[in-house]
Design a protein around this ligand. Structure first.
Ligand code: CA
Length: 709
C-alpha cells in the first residue's frame, strides 16, 4: 500500500481509499486528531474503499491524520462539511455580521472549525496601527462579541485561527468598508439615507414581460469627455439630470429616459477586488466581475471611498433619483466565484466550506475564474439569500441579474425567488443559465436546461441571440439579419417567447417571463462590431439596417427585451471582443457617436414606445400567446405574424409584424381590410405613416409593423 486517501464522511466515519486495500494491516493504522488518537471501532468494505467507524467524534478544530507505517495522510474534511450531520450540528439562522447602536455594537461570525477568533477594532480603514483585540466567544460554531460603547466610525476585522494558521479577514456580512474594502466599517445605516429615502418607491412593474432592460456600467455611461456629466465614472454621475453633449443631445440619465426603457441593469457595483480596481487611484479599468465584499458598494464609484458612509449614500441617492425618473434598477450580482480561490474572506474564515471542490479535492472551476462558490452548502446558500435580501430592502433594488447562474443550484435560486416574492414588489430575477462544467450534478444546476424547475426566473436566451445575428463563438458566423438562410423557424420560435406553442413548437422555456431576449451584452462583440465582422465596414446603411432589424426582433418578440448600453447608437468597441480590462477609450459610451447615429437612436426609441404602449407585445402566459399569435405564409428569409384580437387588452385589434431579412423588398399579401403602417425600415413608433390594403411592400432588411383598429 503506497498511497492512501482519507476523507471524513461523518464525525465518526472515515472513508479510506488505497491502491491495494487487501494488503492493508489494520492493526498498523492509527488516527491522530490534533494531539489525540481516535480508536477504530469497526471497519467494513464499501465498493473499492474502506469505511472506518470511529469510537469518538473527530474534533474538526484540529486536523486529522491517518498514519500507516511511515505514511501520514491528512484526512479531507470537505465531504463532512457537506454532510447532513454537519449541517444539523452547525447550521445557524442567528444574526450574522455587525449590528451597531449608540449603546453597543454586536458582532457575530460563523466558523465551526476556528480554534479562536479575535475581533480587531481599528481607527482607520487601512493605516498601519495596533488594533484593539477582543477574544470572541463561541457557541456551536458561532463566534460573538458585544462591545458596550459607541463604535461609530471605527473599523473592524476578524483574526481567525484555523488549524494552526491565523488569518485576518473582513466580515463577509460587512455592509460598509474602508478604502479598498480592507476593513469592515462600523456605521449607523441611518446616516446613509439621502433625504426622503424612506419614502422612495420603485415604479410599479405589473408583469416581468413589461420590462425593457438596459444594461450599463456606472463608469462607461459618464466617462466620455463629451458626456456633459460632472461626476464622471461615479454613482452620482448617472444621477445627474438633464445632461447634454456639446451638440446639445441628451446624455446619461437624460438619454436613458428619452430612450424609454423601464429598467437599468448596473454592471457590478458591489465592492470589486482592489486587485482589479485600486480605489485610491482608479485609473485601471475593470468591468468588476471580481467580488471582494458582497454587501458593500464599490468605492471607486463614490466621490470619497475613504468615508464608508459616502459610497452607500451616493448609491442610494442614485437609486432614489432613478426611481423618481420612473426607472427601476437591477443589480448584476456575482456570487458564483471569488476574485481569488484562497486569498478571500470566506476561505480565510472557514477554508473548504464556501467553495466547491471536485472529488479529488481540487477547486471546481466552472466559472473559469479558478473557483466556484458552493451555493448548495447551507451557510453559503444562506449568505446569498441574506445578501440579496439586504440589497433589495436596504437599497430598494428592483431586480437581480445572476452572473453564471448555472453554477448555482436550483434550490437556492428558488429560495431567492420565494424570499423576494415576500416583499411583494415584483422584483426581477434572471441570469446566465449556461450549463458549465462544475462539481454539481447536472440536474441540480440553475441552468437553462432546468428552467422548468425554476418558474419565474429568467435566462439569457442565447438561441435567439445567436440566431438573429450569428454565433458569438465564431466571428464570421451569420444569423437571420445578416444573411444566413433557413432561420425562419428559429425566429418564429423566438417570437412566441421561446415557449411551447400550441402543438407546433416544443419551446425552451415554460413561460415568456423566463426568456431574456437580446442580441448583445457586455460580453462578446457589440452588435455593430459583429455586423462589421460579417459584412465589412464599408456599407454603413446596410449595417444600420441590420442593426435596427436585430433589435426590432428583440423588441417585438414575446419575452423580456434586453439592450446593451450604446447599442441604440451603434456602439463599437473597435472589434475588441472581451473588453473587461480595456481602457475607457474602448468601453466608454461615446456620446459623439450618438450625433452620427441619431436616426438609429430615434428608431430604437420608436420601437420601445411601441412595445411600452402595446401590451400585445408583452403577453405573460402561454395561453395568451397560443390564442393570439398566428403566423402567415411568406417568402424565404421573411417571417410574418399577426397578434390578433386585442391581445392582452391591446387597443389595436390586429397587429401584423413582418421581418424581411432579404436585401430586396418582399411583397406580403395582407389579410383583409386596411392596415396602418407604424413601423417601416426608416421610422418606428405608434403614429400611422400610411395606410395600405391587399399588398405590403416590406423593404429589404427591415421590420414592418401594421395594425387594424
Ligand atoms: Ca473595491
Amino acid at each position: 500500500m503506497n498511497t492512501v486517501k482519507a476523507s471524513a464522511i461523518g464525525f465518526k466515519k472515515i472513508r479510506l481509499c488505497a491502491n491495494d486495500l487487501s494488503v492493508l494491516d489494520l492493526s498498523k493504522l492509527s488516527i491522530k486528531n490534533g494531539q489525540n488518537y481516535i480508536n477504530i471501532k469497526e471497519c467494513f468494505k464499501v465498493e473499492d474503499s474502506l469505511v472506518l467507524d470511529l469510537s469518538d467524534n473527530i474534533n474538526i478544530k484540529y486536523p486529522c491524520d491517518i498514519i500507516y507505517e511511515n505514511i501520514s495522510e491528512k484526512v479531507n474534511y470537505i465531504p463532512l462539511y457537506i454532510s447532513d450531520e454537519f449541517n444539523e450540528r452547525f447550521y445557524t439562522d442567528l444574526p450574522l455580521g455587525c449590528r451597531y447602536s449608540l449603546e453597543e455594537t454586536s458582532f457575530s461570525l460563523w466558523s465551526p472549525i476556528a480554534a479562536s477568533v479575535n475581533l480587531l477594532v481599528y481607527k482607520s480603514g487601512d493605516n498601519k496601527e495596533d488594533p484593539r483585540r477582543f477574544l470572541m466567544e463561541e457557541k456551536n460554531g458561532l463566534w460573538t462579541m458585544k462591545l458596550k460603547e459607541d463604535l461609530k466610525g471605527y473599523f473592524y476585522t476578524y483574526e481567525v485561527t484555523v488549524h494552526g494558521q491565523t488569518n485576518e479577514a473582513v466580515d463577509p456580512y460587512a455592509y460598509a468598508s474602508g478604502i479598498n474594502g480592507l476593513r469592515g466599517a462600523i456605521i449607523d445605516l441611518n446616516d446613509t439615507n439621502p433625504e426622503g429615502f424612506h419614502l422612495d418607491i420603485s415604479p410599479t412593474l405589473k408583469n416581468f414581460t413589461d420590462a425593457v432592460i438596459y444594461e450599463t456600467s456606472i463608469r462607461d455611461i459618464s466617462i466620455c469627455e463629451n458626456s456633459g456629466i460632472s461626476l464622471k465614472g461615479k454613482f452620482l454621475g448617472l444621477a445627474e439630470e438633464n445632461t447634454k453633449s456639446n451638440k446639445g443631445l441628451s446624455t446619461g440619465l437624460n438619454h436613458i429616459k428619452e430612450l424609454g426603457v423601464t429598467h437599468i441593469q448596473l454592471m457590478p457595483m458591489f465592492d470589486i477586488s482592489f486587485n482589479s480596481i485600486d480605489e485610491k487611484d482608479p485609473v485601471k479599468y475593470n468591468w468588476g466581475y471580481d467580488p471582494q465584499n458582497y454587501n458593500v458598494p464599490e468605492g471607486s464609484y463614490s466621490t470619497n471611498p475613504y468615508n464608508p458612509v459616502n459610497r452607500i449614500y451616493e448609491l442610494k441617492k442614485l437609486i432614489q433619483t432613478l426611481h423618481r425618473n420612473n426607472l427601476c434598477v437591477n443589480m448584476d450580482v456575482v456570487y458564483n466565484h471569488l476574485f481569488h480561490q484562497i486569498d478571500n474572506n470566506f476561505e480565510k474564515i472557514f477554508p473548504g466550506y464556501y467553495l466547491r471542490f471536485n472529488e479529488d479535492g481540487s477547486f471546481s472551476n466552472g466559472s473559469g475564474c479558478s473557483n466556484d462558490t458552493a451555493s448548495e452548502n447551507p451557510m453559503m446558500r444562506r449568505f446569498i439569500i441574506d445578501s440579496i435580501m439586504y440589497w433589495a430592502t436596504e437599497y430598494h433594488m428592483d431586480g437581480f441579474r445572476f452572473d453564471l447562474m448555472g453554477l448555482h443550484d436550483t434550490y437556492t435560486m428558488n429560495l431567492v425567488r420565494d424570499n423576494l416574492d415576500k416583499l411583494e414588489r415584483n422584483i426581477m430575477l434572471y441570469g446566465e443559465g449556461w450549463d458549465l462544467s462544475t462539481a454539481l450534478p447536472k440536474e441540480k444546476r440553475a441552468a437553462q436546461l432546468n428552467n422548468h424547475k425554476m418558474p419565474r426566473i429568467g435566462h439569457f436566451n442565447d438561441t435567439l441571440r445567436d440566431g438573429v445575428k450569428g454565433s458569438v463563438f465564431f466571428s464570421d458566423a451569420k444569423g437571420f439579419v445578416n444573411g444566413k438562410d433557413g432561420l425562419e423557424e428559429l425566429i418564429r420560435k423566438s417570437i412566441v417567447g421561446s415557449i411551447k406553442y400550441r402543438d407546433k413548437y416544443e419551446g425552451i422555456f415554460q413561460t415568456p417571463e423566463q426568456s431574456i431576449n437580446y442580441v448583445s451584452c457586455h460580453d462578446n462583440n457589440t452588435l455593430w462590431d459583429k455586423l462589421e465582422l460579417t459584412e465589412g465596414k464599408s456599407d454603413i446603411e446596410l449595417l444600420k439596417a441590420m442593426d435596427k432589424l436585430a433589435n426590432a426582433i428583440v423588441l417585438t418578440c414575446q419575452g423580456i427585451p434586453f439592450i446593451h448600453s450604446g447599442e441604440e447608437f451603434c456602439r463599437t468597441k473597435n472589434g475588441i471582443e472581451n473588453s473587461y480590462i480595456s481602457p475607457d477609450s474602448i468601453n466608454q459610451i461615446d456620446w459623439y457617436r450618438k450625433e452620427n447615429f441619431m436616426d438609429v437612436f430615434e428608431y430604437y426609441k420608436g420601437l420601445i414606445k411601441l412595445r411600452n404602449n402595446h401590451p400585445a407585445f408583452r403577453m405573460n402566459s402561454k395561453e395568451l400567446i397560443d390564442e393570439h399569435i398566428h403566423f402567415l405564409d411568406c417568402p424565404n428569409n421573411t417571417v410574418a405574424f399577426m397578434i390578433k384580437g386585442n391581445a392582452n387588452s391591446d387597443s389595436w385589434k390586429n397587429i401584423l409584424v413582418i421581418y424581411n431579412a432579404n436585401k430586396d423588398s418582399s411583397s406580403i399579401q395582407l389579410p383583409d381590410g386596411d392596415w396602418n403602417v407604424v413601423v417601416d425600415k426608416y421610422t418606428a413608433g405608434t403614429d400611422t405613416l400610411r395606410t395600405v390594403t391587399n399588398i405590403h411592400q416590406a423593404y429589404g432588411i427591415s421590420i414592418s409593423v401594421l395594425y387594424q383598429i
